[in-house]
Design a binder for this molecule. Structure first.
Ligand code: GLV
Ligand code: MN
Ligand code: MN
Length: 403
């Protein structure tokens, strides 16, 4: 027999399935302040309204659906994000939001009497796919990213976040840190699909998060000179692409030498003609690792390679090692004694909130492909429902008493 949780999970999953799904790649393109983002936010508001939850939108645009009044007592918050990377998978973000609604339904069906408010959050712009800075919603919320800097970020078409906000009918002047919204959060637990192979190897459906690797993004701008691809002798060229290509290889070998990972997954060539030598080349480096100083050494070597080609290197974001709250983790372990502990190289809003001093934890759900940020990302339905059950048990421990 299909359970109420499974029914609700399936229905919500089907609601979101087509929003922002690219017909050819099958991946999701759900970027901040677009039509897709609007539709996802409307969906979130509808789910909240259907449950009689009050939605508070903070000064950044993060949506908080509350069961109970968080202005009397700070609440326990769960949830995640609904935006995606370019051609992302269905699970990264939405699994945490949908699981949150299903877990809340389950607590209510079981007659739980909450002793503190319970909130479900949809963080804005977690992936930074459009404006470049990941976790922009939680960073501005906590003050880790200033509104001045955020508003000036530009997308690939040169549209600034300020212009994007205006086009979405929002007032850019309103964007800013929101200590009041943050004060409502007594603790945060984010459920997320696992983005590696940890749970496959451990043969478990869910794990508890311990820490997030230090990570950051750097923009590498290489100069060049436009000229004809057929008539310009090799020795007369200043080809911006050569510097970028060499530096991409330097990043790969520096990462290998220092036990880190480094990726250049986005580039922009100017003017971008097949038969024109690039007059400028920009690449974005993403570098991470378990050890902060090793990541810094990796980036140092990449910077040395880039500057030797005349490039400018700009740090766009940096997140130091994040360790989740040990006391909260101990409570979660008592609730889920079989769940293994996992660290992760992926960034999350949970990390930003933890850095802001909020007791924070994470629950990971097994991903049988081990693949993420790709349409191949997956989680079996049974594991998703195990995740819901784990989250419901954790929330029961944190917010309430059974009758
Ligand atoms: C977010 O998913 C990141 O780790 O880049
Ligand atoms: Mn992601
Ligand atoms: Mn995510």
């Amino acid at each position: 027999m299909i359970s109420e949780s499974a029914r609700s999970f399936d229905r919500q999953w089907a609601d979101l399935a087509e929003i922002g799904r690219h017909p050819h790649t099958g991946g999701y393109r759900r970027y901040a302040l677009t039509r897709e983002d609007h539709d996802l936010r409307e969906w979130f508001a509808g789910e909240a309204a259907g449950r009689g939850l009050e939605v508070i939108t903070d000064r950044v645009g993060n949506q908080w659906a509350w069961w109970g009044d968080p202005d009397t007592t700070p609440g326990v918050v769960t949830g995640s994000h609904l935006d995606s990377v370019p051609d992302g998978g269905a699970y990264d973000g939405p699994l945490g939001v949908i699981s949150a609604f299903v877990a809340l339904d389950r607590l209510r069906a079981e007659g739980l009497v909450p002793q503190r408010p319970l909130g479900i959050v949809n963080f804005a712009d977690e992936e930074g796919a459009r404006f470049g800075i990941a976790c922009a919603g939680s960073r501005v919320l906590t003050g880790a990213l200033t509104p001045g800097r955020a508003l000036g970020l530009r997308d690939g078409d040169g549209i600034s976040m300020a212009e994007g906000l205006r086009a979405a009918g929002r007032d850019p002047e309103w964007l800013g840190p929101d200590p009041e919204a943050l004060r409502r959060v007594g603790a945060f637990v984010e459920l997320h699909v696992e983005q590696g192979r940890g749970l496959i190897d451990l043969d478990q459906p869910v794990a508890l998060g311990t820490d997030i690797w230090p990570h950051g993004r750097w923009r590498l701008d290489f100069p060049g000179e436009a000229n004809h691809a057929g008539t310009t002798r090799l020795e007369d060229r200043r080809d911006a692409m050569i510097g970028l290509a060499t530096t991409v290889l330097a990043a790969r070998s520096a990462a290998a030498d220092h036990g880190c990972v480094a990726t250049v997954g986005k580039t922009r060539l100017t003017p971008g003609g097949v038969n024109a030598i690039p007059s400028a080349a920009t690449g974005w480096l993403d570098a991470r690792g378990a050890d902060e100083s090793a990541v810094r050494r990796t980036v140092g070597e990449v910077t040395a390679s880039a500057t030797a080609w005349g490039a400018e290197v700009t740090e766009e974001s940096w997140t130091p090692t994040t360790r989740f709250d040990l006391e909260l983790l101990a409570r979660l372990r008592r609730v889920l004694p079989a769940a293994p502990l996992l660290g992760t190289g992926a960034g999350h809003d949970a990390g930003i909130l933890a850095t802001a001093g909020i007791p924070t934890g994470m629950i990971f759900v097994r991903n049988p492909t081990g693949v993420s940020h790709s349409p191949a990302e997956h989680a079996e339905r049974a594991d998703c429902l195990a995740g819901v059950a784990a989250l419901a048990d954790v929330l029961t421990e944190l917010v309430g008493e059974r009758p």
